[in-house]
Design a protein around this ligand. Structure first.
Ligand SMILES: Cc1ncc(COP(=O)(O)O)c(C=O)c1O
Length: 374
């Protein structure tokens, strides 16, 4: 298989566990197994009694039932539980695309949405973000012009990594109508779903909104449980799901039973978890508001209405990768440079964790010493 190295995951492999002050994380605050078990009476005993045999390839029926509670049309049969979100992204493309197919990807993007189709030999067209007064926009007229008779899949990601953009209900309806008219599959990476900063910004999952829609969800981001490595793919198109299931038998076969059990607790108690994580997000966002207001000549940012990440524009002439390298070296603060997305002049920040204010303090110290007092 000839696939480009995953720039973002390479970067995290190198820096995630050594950087002192991470300021670009895309997951929300995690918790211990003990704290998670304490959310449900009797869960501790059940966890200790859990049988460590093989599990069902599709995912435990109870877990699939719990997952359906975040959808309106999806039933347990419309779900395949996988390892994180990365596995279903990989398997979906591998199982449903062939050499010569054409796909469109919302861009910049989480790289597997683009690199996996490219590795298969698909023609990948980038539906590029446009910044209008610092606000990221995905122009639907541009999307319409990109569609050809060979377009098989439109890859979306909302809330979006890295821009923080999130589709409105009206935009979603229009995109679904376009896809339906051309019989195109919509694959939407929805790992940040349920992290809308106000309920007004909630939109249906694409798997609910469209009969050929595919939604990917995960425990890693909104629910802050990435260590479980539990994610899923949802679609009412049974052929798509079946293709993925057949390939999954070559990768992970089935999921870790203890993780499935714990994910169920997380989902049944997600209101509490989301309330806590949104509280952290709102608090951290208000600190970023103050910071970016103070240094508005240096940085511009779009304050997202959903998700735990934002993309910041550098208003000074500096290579973003070099800038991030310097910030890390001098102050121990980890930023994610736009270079990782091949999108120059920006860096990604994250605000879903309780340690973020400390990292921002350190970043401000760097800014004062290296950008203000120079
Ligand atoms: C948009 C997007 N999709 C998928 C993933 C992968 O999620 P996981 O690590 O749970 O497999 C990430 C992780 O950062 C992401 O940002």
């Amino acid at each position: 298989m000839n696939i480009a190295p995953f720039k973002l995951e390479r970067y995290y492999t190198i820096h995630e566990f050594s950087a002192k002050y991470p300021l670009c994380n895309s997951d929300c605050e995690a918790m211990s197994i003990k704290d998670l078990l304490s959310l449900e009476k009797g869960a501790m005993d059940k966890f200790h009694d859990l049988w460590l045999g093989y599990t069902e390839t599709k995912g435990h029926p109870d877990l699939r039932k719990d997952i359906t509670t975040i959808y309106s049309q999806i039933t347990p049969n419309d779900l395949l539980v996988c390892t994180g979100a990365q596995e279903p992204i990989f398997l979906f493309s591998q199982a449903n695309l062939a050499l010569g197919d054409e796909v469109i990807v919302q861009w910049p993007c989480y790289q597997s949405l683009q690199s996996v189709p490219e590795s298969i030999g698909c023609k990948v067209s980038e539906w590029k973000v446009k910044y209008e007064d610092n606000i990221p926009v995905f122009d639907i007229e541009d999307l319409k012009k990109m569609i050809t008779s060979k377009t098989k899949v439109i890859y979306l990601n909302t809330p979006h990594n890295p821009t923080g953009f999130h589709f409105s209900k009206e935009e979603q309806t229009t995109i679904v109508e376009i896809a339906r008219a051309h019989n195109i599959i919509i694959f939407c990476d929805e790992v940040y779903r349920e992290l809308e900063h106000s309920p007004d910004y909630t939109i249906p999952a694409f798997a609910d909104a469209y009969e050929h829609g595919v939604s990917v969800g995960v425990m890693s981001k909104a629910y802050g449980l990435p260590g479980l490595r539990i994610g899923w793919i949802a679609s009412r198109n049974s052929k798509i799901l079946e293709n993925v299931a057949i390939l999954k038998e070559y990768t992970t076969i089935c999921n870790a039973g203890p993780s499935e059990f714990l994910a169920g607790i997380g989902l049944r108690n997600r209101d509490k978890i989301l309330e806590r994580n949104l509280r952290i997000i709102h608090k951290n966002l208000s600190l970023f508001d103050i910071f970016f207001n103070k240094y508005s000549d240096l940085f511009s940012w779009y304050r997202p209405n959903a998700g735990p990440i934002a993309f910041v524009k550098m208003n000074f002439d500096r290579n973003d990768a070099k800038f991030a390298e310097n910030v890390l070296k001098k102050q121990g603060v980890l930023l994610l440079p736009g270079d990782i997305y091949n999108f120059k002049g920006f860096f990604r920040i994250g605000f879903g964790k309780t340690a973020m204010p400390k990292a921002l303090e350190q970043f401000e110290a760097f800014v004062i010493e290296n950008l203000v007092n120079v």
